[in-house]
Write a new protein. Structure first.
Length: 251
């Protein structure tokens, strides 16, 4: 497994990750928005591969709907928390999405919470999509999200304070530090300062990577929250939507 800045960041982030992101509502996002959108594209129920599953925040919406889950993540510390979240019902493995093992054939592969934005180097996206292709059933679907350019222009240039359960953290954005590469620092209670980097992937670049790895782009949706619910709109507007959602299948 490659050693890199993303692994280092999430090994350090794991102890506070769920508390720092306590406002994230996966039932709203995955259960009530993404799964219905996938069903419109012909999703068949069965097995799901959660790539970059982190602490397992997506497990409950899937388990509650009868999915069998295989999860994997780069960070052993994040997986330690995910094991408590999924229990014996979820199989977990340490894996780098750029060197993804063949776990089997899945009706659904998910890569959520800006997973592909952590692919920082040239060709990393194609490497990850090649591994995902090998894990998709012939009728399977892939769904993943990318942060929009407007998200980077706002979230990665501001200071955000997070408080939860008596603890306090600061998210301090430094903006674009190299073409397409954005950086922030997270510091506060119970952690050493964490350098957090993500890369913006444009829609043409993502479509090109999908095609190059034998995947057909079925839909590209913009995501926003309105009245406490996630709204998906086609086509996406990167000035208005904070995420771009891609749905793909084997070509």
């Amino acid at each position: 497994m490659r050693k890199d800045s993303v692994l280092a960041a999430y090994e350090a982030f794991a102890p506070i990750y769920n508390d720092f992101n306590h406002l994230n509502d996966y039932e709203m996002w995955l259960g009530r928005a993404l799964l219905p959108a996938l069903e419109e594209q012909g999703l068949k129920h069965g097995r799901v591969l959660d790539v970059g599953c982190g602490t397992g925040r997506a497990f409950n919406p899937l388990l509650n709907r009868g999915w069998q889950i295989q999860g994997c993540d780069l960070s052993p510390a994040m997986l330690q928390i995910a094991r408590r979240e999924g229990g014996e019902e979820v199989d977990l493995a340490v894996a780098d999405m750029r060197e993804l093992p063949a776990f089997g054939e899945f009706e659904l592969v998910i890569g959520l919470n800006d997973l592909v934005n952590f692919l920082l180097e040239e060709n990393d996206l194609e490497l990850a999509l090649t591994g995902i292709h090998a894990n998709l059933a012939d009728h399977g679907l892939l769904v993943f999200d990318c942060n929009s350019i407007s998200y980077f222009e706002t979230s990665y240039t501001t200071i955000r304070e997070v408080e939860y359960s008596g603890r306090h953290w600061t998210w301090r954005g430094f903006g674009e530090i190299a073409p397409g590469l954005h950086e922030t620092r997270i510091e506060g209670d119970d952690i050493e300062p964490i350098i957090h980097r993500e890369r913006f992937h444009s829609q043409p670049a993502v479509r090109e990577a999908l095609a190059a790895t034998g995947l057909e782009c079925r839909a590209v949706l913009g995501m926003e929250e309105v009245g406490g619910e996630v709204i998906l709109t086609e086509p996406p507007d990167e000035d208005r939507h904070y995420k771009v959602i891609y749905i793909a299948a084997r070509a």
